[in-house]
Design a protein around this ligand. Structure first.
Ligand code: ZN
Ligand code: ZN
Ligand code: FE
Length: 759
């Protein structure tokens, strides 16, 4: 029987409502071992036993909780068994540095929804209904402690009735800081593109959405763009205006039943959909379905969410059909949070603006999750999760980590806790950089932290690195893929030695080349690059990221030299004109603007192009996604490769040419899993972490997990922290906390000229 341990943190109204005895009884019922502990930071639980029983326990924890217990946040990680005997209620944790916990925004609770739809209630159809158990928190907080005058609600004076509820210890709204009602609270307005209020905001918003118009809605942590998801023309218009060509869009559904009609929903996925965190969940689509093809072109998955605020509920009740709900921004900029700013920045995108006068203190995007190998995996950590901490075993010095360049987030360690910021985005625009600086400053102010060390990426050209270098505390640069490994080790609570399989698109290597297909062994005193993929050249550097066919050409050139250019039978070669080919040949032969890379992400790109699946992409990772979707399920077998310090893919690529794309895509993934298992044997490490953006790929991750287990190794992957660069900041904190002394003497600090670097 496979024994698993889940470490669970429950926050909300769970103290003094019989929650601990309930947990105790539940654990006994499922014959699980472990403990429960009450602390000022929430209720901590660890349960251990057969995997299936642990999963049932987790489901029951929410479903059959005591009547007065309200769960506002439930996070858990699966960890290695600890060997508990029996189940105990541990004594409450006292003392230690008390750090005020900032709660994330919580989706509207069942009680509030009932009142919202009850014509007899004084808050009937009031879009800002909330109570102590639900509503905005992090997105309205301006300072600590969390009291009304420290929130953006301070501008609304409570009416006598609200005040009475607020003061009454027996009321559900006792000290509900965002308390409001139609008499005293925020109001909504519908504006046209010129900012003129139109009257009957809800009714009219529903009307324009039905007509296929694009509505910018001021949500909890920022603006969203909404449009009828069934209307192909309207969705296409949104894509064109937002300059988002093919990247899949998220869909807001009115009910769980409606989601079930179009997607497969497992028990775990259902839990996520209706959870207080209420993220977007990536689900497998059923054939047919009601969304327009433009929502997620050629994609077997759909990102789905349910309403999380009263305003969303009201809109969905009115409409009853799914809406595309995507962040209110132009391509990669951060989301708008203020209505006048939105009017300006979203001009030409949105036709109408559904706004309100409760200010948003900070932007918080929708979170994105998926279930992988029977566990939840957070792909974008924002609303509902941020800024909850990951709790470490030991107190660490105060470290501010500024993250990487793409999918940036920052992290701050205070005592035993590492607080990870909400997703900020790609630091490509001045707006994004401004948002990043704001969050970094915001975190230090909220937690009254004076960082002793600033951790950053090794890449000297990242804006986050440059920002870090301006701060006064000592700098601790961390190699990108090592940070990935450390973040995955941290959330799985692993101690070295560990083999880290760290695969992504691009990262600045310790030797100044571009890394991305790395096998790093974590030791007590740092890491060793035990193996990596054979390098190849990317003609045109950054341009190669947008053109998988350039990666393919680089791969072929590495294999066959100039002969590669005569292979007109191959799709990527064919896709270039003669002039282009001549130019690229020059670049590759003379090694001009053609950096070498060991990137696994670029290997995915190259293979996608070789299989004629994609030659030019509209977003990073698109080709890899197509390759994943092309996999013909049930295909066994793999290609040959050469294991060693340099892992050679040439035998694989040569055998792949000429096979059908579906079979080749499957065997390519299978081969990568074989490579991971072979690398584990090669390095002789039992524990293997799978990290980096490539491990957002479900087929790849699940296949690697299976192969590692079959071969007697112990695989670990991400759960609460994204495998992509959203997790880098956590890894940087750990490096600074654990390896600071070591790396000051290591070559990691010898920054090299970024001549051959990519951002
Ligand atoms: Zn409520
Ligand atoms: Zn009121
Ligand atoms: Fe990365």
């Amino acid at each position: 029987m496979n024994t698993e341990r889940a470490k669970i943190t429950v926050r909300g109204a769970v103290q003094g409502v019989g929650f601990r005895p309930f947990v105790y009884r539940l654990a006994l019922e499922f014959a699980l071992r472990g403990w429960v502990l009450n602390s000022s930071q929430g209720v901590f639980i660890e349960v251990e036993g057969p995997g299936e029983a642990v999963r049932q326990f987790l489901a029951a924890l929410e479903k059959s909780r005591p009547p007065r217990a309200i769960i506002q946040s439930l996070e858990y990680s699966f960890l290695d068994p600890a060997g508990y005997e029996g189940f105990e209620i541990r004594t409450s944790e006292e003392g230690g540095k008390k750090c005020a916990l900032i709660m994330p925004d919580v989706a509207t609770c069942a009680d509030c929804i009932r009142e919202l739809l009850d014509p007899g209630d004084r808050r009937y159809r009031y879009p800002f209904i909330n109570c102590t158990n639900c509503g905005p928190r992090f997105s309205i907080l301006e300072a600590l402690p969390y009291d009304r005058p420290n929130t953006t609600m301070k501008r609304f004076a409570m009416c006598p009735e609200c005040e009475r509820e607020y003061e009454d210890p027996l009321d559900r709204r006792f000290h509900a800081e965002p308390i409001a009602c139609p008499r005293c609270g925020p109001r909504i307005e519908l504006w046209d593109a010129a900012g003129t209020a139109l009257g009957h905001p809800l009714h009219k918003s529903a009307h324009v959405l039905r007509e296929g118009k694009i509505l910018a809605l001021k949500g909890l942590g920022g603006f969203q763009l909404l449009v009828d998801a069934r209307n192909q023309e309207a969705v296409a218009r949104l894509r064109e205006r937002k300059r988002r060509e093919r990247k899949p869009l998220g869909v807001l559904y009115p009910t769980l039943e409606a989601v079930r009609a179009v997607c497969e929903v497992s028990e775990q996925e259902e839990r996520l959909l209706v959870s207080p965190e209420r993220p977007i969940v990536l689900l497998r689509r059923r054939p047919g379905g009601d969304v327009a093809p433009a929502v997620a072109p050629e994609n077997p998955n759909l990102g789905v969410m349910l309403p999380c605020t009263p305003l969303h509920h009201l809109l969905m009740v009115e409409l009853g059909f799914p809406l595309v709900a995507t962040s209110g921004n132009l391509s990669d900029e951060p989301i708008c949070t203020e209505e006048h700013e939105a009017l300006e920045r979203l001009a030409g995108i949105a036709d109408f603006f559904l706004v309100h006068d409760r200010p948003i203190a900070r932007h918080v995007d929708d979170s994105v999750t998926r279930v992988m190998s029977g566990r939840e995996m957070v792909l974008r950590r924002a609303r509902g999760y941020a800024p909850l901490p990951l709790r470490g075993k030991e107190t660490s010095p105060c470290v501010l980590a500024v993250g990487a360049h793409l999918k940036n987030s920052v992290a701050l360690s205070v005592g035993r806790d590492v607080f990870i910021s909400q997703h900020i985005g790609d630091l490509e625009t001045s707006q994004a950089y401004a948002a990043f600086r704001k969050v970094a400053a915001d975190f230090q102010r909220l937690y009254e932290a004076k960082p002793e060390v600033i951790a950053c990426d090794l890449h000297p050209d990242y804006l986050s690195t440059k920002y870090a270098a301006q701060l006064s505390a000592p700098l601790h640069p961390v190699q990108h893929h090592w940070a990935h490994v450390l973040s995955c080790m941290a959330e799985n609570e692993l101690e070295p030695p560990v083999l880290g399989v760290s695969w992504d698109g691009t990262g600045y290597g310790a030797d100044g080349t571009i890394w991305g297909g790395e096998f790093l062994v974590a030791r007590e005193d740092g890491f060793e690059r035990a193996a990596h993929f054979r390098q190849f050249r990317l003609a045109g550097g950054g341009a190669a990221i947008r053109q998988p066919r350039r990666a393919a050409l680089g791969l072929l050139f590495e294999m066959w030299g100039e002969k590669a250019f005569r292979r007109r039978d191959l799709a990527p070669v064919r896709s270039f004109s003669d002039t282009e080919l001549a130019l690229l040949e020059q670049m590759l032969e003379k090694k001009v603007n053609s950096p070498v890379t060991s990137s696994a992400g670029r290997l995915f790109d190259a293979v996608a192009s070789l299989l004629d699946l994609d030659h030019e992409v509209s977003f990073e990772g698109e080709a890899a996604m197509k390759l994943e979707f092309a996999v013909r399920e049930g295909t066994e077998g793999s290609y040959p490769f050469k294991m060693g310090e340099v892992i050679d893919w040439q035998p694989m690529v040569e055998e792949m040419l000429g096979e059908s794309p579906g079979v080749a895509a499957a065997k390519f993934h299978n081969t990568l899993a074989e490579i991971v298992a072979a690398a584990a044997r090669f390095c002789g490490e039992e524990k293997v972490v799978l990290t980096g953006g490539c491990f957002q790929n479900r087929y790849l991750t699940e296949r690697c997990i299976l192969r590692l287990r079959d071969s007697g190794f112990r695989p670990y992957w991400h759960q609460r922290v994204p495998p992509n660069d959203g997790g880098i900041a956590l890894g940087q904190v750990l490096s600074a906390a654990r390896y600071d002394r070591v790396s000051q003497q290591s070559p990691l600090c010898a920054w090299q000229s970024p001549e051959n670097s990519l951002r």
